[in-house]
Design a protein around this ligand. Structure first.
Ligand SMILES: Nc1ncnc2c1ncn2[C@@H]1O[C@H](COP(=O)(O)OP(=O)(O)OP(=O)(O)O)[C@@H](O)[C@H]1O
Ligand SMILES: [Mg+2]
Length: 237
């Protein structure tokens, strides 16, 4: 059974429909990539999953529970954590304080537990330890993305959802971030990666979906999708 199941999802803004009946299944522990061009509806999909946007039709089932009426902060507490497009770290706060905000969104964590999680994140991305006292805004783009991922991981999610972590980064930096995501999935965290860089994302994924104009137009094992000449020419432009 899948950990996250999306059925017939329709989402829009006012009278404008953006997602036209999306079906997606995410197995526990898998890394699933949803790739699509500019404006395909990737951010809208993740915001709907985080319950930041109302559903017009369809359902989202997570760990056997219907997320329809669940508030965004409860979604987070249930273990579904969203790394938003554009990182959205707090530039004036130190790296360490940005990470503490991640832990702060969960009530009742002991100081010892927070310190253990912080140490774990510094081990995952040692550059964040080196820079823990400096403002988040003075990190490079790649380091800010690591910080955004780490901040989310401070919540120990069961499902990590990432909205275009590659945005604005050099290929070599993207490779580094993506291998951290692969390692995360190998450690048992379910990863839902939404991306415009289709090749790189599908290469690390266990399962892939192609989103075009608010519809899933292809899905399957990444190796099959990558062999399909239509992937780039027709859907990813
Ligand atoms: N707040 C909004 N009000 C009205 N329309 C919106 C709003 N947000 C997004 N849209 C429209 O919904 C469609 C999908 O947008 P979305 O941001 O989900 O795409 P995306 O795949 O994330 O694109 P990108 O790769 O540029 O981030 C676009 O046509 C966009 O103009
Ligand atoms: Mg987007």
């Amino acid at each position: 059974m899948s950990l996250l199941s999306i059925k017939g999802l329709q989402v829009g803004f006012g009278g404008v429909r953006v997602l036209h009946g999306i079906d997606i299944d995410v197995a526990a522990g898998a890394l699933v990539a949803i790739v699509g061009a500019n404006g395909a509806g990737k951010t809208t999909l993740l915001r709907a999953l985080s319950r930041l946007l109302p559903l017009q039709a369809g359902s989202i089932t997570y760990d056997g529970r219907d997320l329809g009426g669940v508030a965004p902060h409860h979604v987070t507490r249930m273990g579904l954590v969203h790394v938003p497009q554009g990182r959205q770290i707090i530039p004036t706060l130190s790296v360490e304080d940005n990470l503490l905000i991640g832990a702060g969104s969960l009530p009742g964590l002991s100081r010892a537990e927070i310190d253990a999680r912080l140490a774990g994140e510094f081990e995952r991305f040692p550059v964040l330890r080196d820079r823990r006292k400096i403002p988040g805004g003075s990190l490079s783009g790649g380091e800010q993305q690591m910080l955004a991922v780490s901040r989310a991981l401070m919540m120990r999610p069961r499902v990590l959802m990432l909205d275009e972590p590659s945005l604005g980064l050099a290929p070599q930096i993207i490779t580094g971030i993506f291998s951290a995501l692969r390692a995360l999935a190998a450690s048992g965290v379910t990863v839902l990666l939404v991306e415009q860089v289709a090749f790189a994302a599908l290469k690390i994924a266990d399962h892939g979906y192609v989103l075009q104009n608010g519809r899933i137009v292809m899905s399957g094992p990444p190796a099959d999708l990558l062999q399909d000449p239509a992937l780039i020419s027709r859907y990813l432009g």
